[in-house]
Design a protein around this ligand. Structure first.
Ligand code: COA
Length: 391
């Protein structure tokens, strides 16, 4: 635990997009075997953001019910993690701050380190609450994952946001010390400033991820963390859900444990349910896995969960959390399932149109057609500014 005060995740809420593309549709279009996606990489469908949806609208949709439940009086910081920023200077969290009517006495900042920065945001939030346990920190991870059409990465796109309220005496999960951390300079996935789609060396990325599993676990155990057997479940970053399976097998192997499929399924089973149908949501992915676990597993009270957060480039962190008694009464399982099930299926032509859509960059006035079913939307662009509004 962080000092004497228990600090961790007090509330957790996820949001995703209006549209969804199934891998069956993608496979039929490109003449691939759908089993490659559904079994080979563990993906069934992926969320597709409508033109009036982005990291801000998803983030505000995820955070709104948290502010409605707890109020904003104790929130003095908003940390927004993303690798698909909408601006190179202004923090996307300021738009969320405005949409949600948060007090002006708030600090708002954006963090970046590929898919890892959601965890950096969580740890920064914990540090701030440690300094003053009366304060709460709104941590948001929101991303739209986008690769080139026809590239291997295309099947591992997706989009989602997670909002978490970090607080003393948390109602859901206490986050504990120590953390095992790891950094290595690896070019496995990156997105130069001039590109809207990411570049990835898939094989290199899998091997870097597994290297990070070893590096973080080694540091974690050297700092006196739990034994592997003490964990009930493991939430891994999931660029595709099969990666959680690969990572856990690797960890078992590294620790000299027998690797059998039943043990792997017990450890990661419920963590992949949401990501298999949402796809990669970069910074949000591991916390979508946590929502999926809490919403779908049997009672986890007082059980330890291991978290492996990986961000290409590469930075990773392994840490533990313990599930708090009474957590089930506060879960948002129904709204999470509704957010996933109300998405509208689109065909390949519409997906392609959305994928290729880009806004003009001349600073003119461009209203965006109303498509989202979420509570907030990107209304348009004007004078090089993005204009958001409640739907
Ligand atoms: N039935 C069942 N499984 C099949 C199959 C079929 N018909 N065809 C292929 N597969 C399996 C392969 O054996 C492979 O499994 P393995 O990795 O366990 O061996 C898996 O499906 C993927 O096949 P592969 O040929 O490697 O696919 P690919 O070249 O299209 O690449 C990724 C897959 C995941 C590497 C690619 O989508 C990617 O790079 N995605 C981006 C990942 C990312 O974002 N990384 C950075 C953040 S961590």
């Amino acid at each position: 635990m962080s000092g004497e005060t228990a600090i961790g995740i007090h509330d957790l809420s996820i949001a995703t997009t209006r549209y969804v593309l199934t891998h069956a549709t993608l496979a039929a279009q490109i003449g691939s075997d759908v089993a490659k996606y559904e079994r080979g990489i563990g993906q069934v469908s992926m969320s597709v953001a409508a033109p009036d949806e982005d990291i801000v609208t998803m983030a505000a949709a995820a955070a709104e019910p948290i502010v409605a439940r707890h109020g904003a009086d104790r929130i003095r910081t908003v940390v927004f993690a993303t690798e698909t920023a909408v601006d190179q200077a202004k923090a996307a969290g300021i738009h969320v701050h405005s949409l949600l009517g948060l007090p002006s006495a708030t600090r708002v900042v954006e963090l970046k380190q590929a898919c890892y920065s959601g965890t950096a945001a969580l740890q920064f939030g914990i540090s701030l609450v440690h300094r003053d346990p009366a304060e709460q920190v709104l941590v948001i991870a929101s991303d739209v994952s986008k690769y080139d059409l026809g590239s291997p990465g295309e099947a591992t796109q997706g989009a989602a946001a997670v909002a978490m309220l970090v607080s003393a005496d948390p109602a859901l999960v206490r986050i504990e010390d120590p953390s095992g951390i790891f950094t290595a300079d690896i070019m496995d996935f990156w997105r130069p400033n001039y590109r809207t789609t990411a570049l990835v060396d898939g094989r290199e990325s899998i091997s870097a991820y597994l290297q990070a599993v070893e590096g973080t676990w080694k540091d974690y155990t050297e700092r006196g963390g739990h034994d592997l057997d003490e964990f009930r479940a493991f939430c891994y970053h999931q660029p595709f859900t099969k990666m959680a399976n690969k990572a856990h097998r690797h960890l078992l192997n590294y620790c000299g444990h027998e690797v059998d499929e039943a043990a792997v399924n017990r450890a990661i089973g419920h963590t992949t349910t949401y990501n298999a149908v949402i796809g990669n949501s970069y910074t949000a992915s591991m916390y979508v896995a946590l929502a999926s676990l809490l919403d779908n597993a049997d009672d986890l009270t007082d059980q330890a969960i291991g978290f492996l957060s990986y961000g290409s480039g590469a930075v990773a962190e392994f840490f533990a959390g313990t599930v708090v008694p009474g957590y089930r009464a506060l879960l948002r399982s129904r709204s999470h399932r509704e957010a996933i099930s109300r998405r509208q299926d689109i065909d390949y032509a519409r997906y392609r149109e959305i994928h290729e859509h880009s806004f003009p960059v001349d600073g003119g006035d461009y209203p965006v057609p109303r498509e989202t079913t979420g509570p907030f939307r990107l209304a348009g662009l004007s004078g090089h500014k993005r204009i958001y509004e409640p739907r």
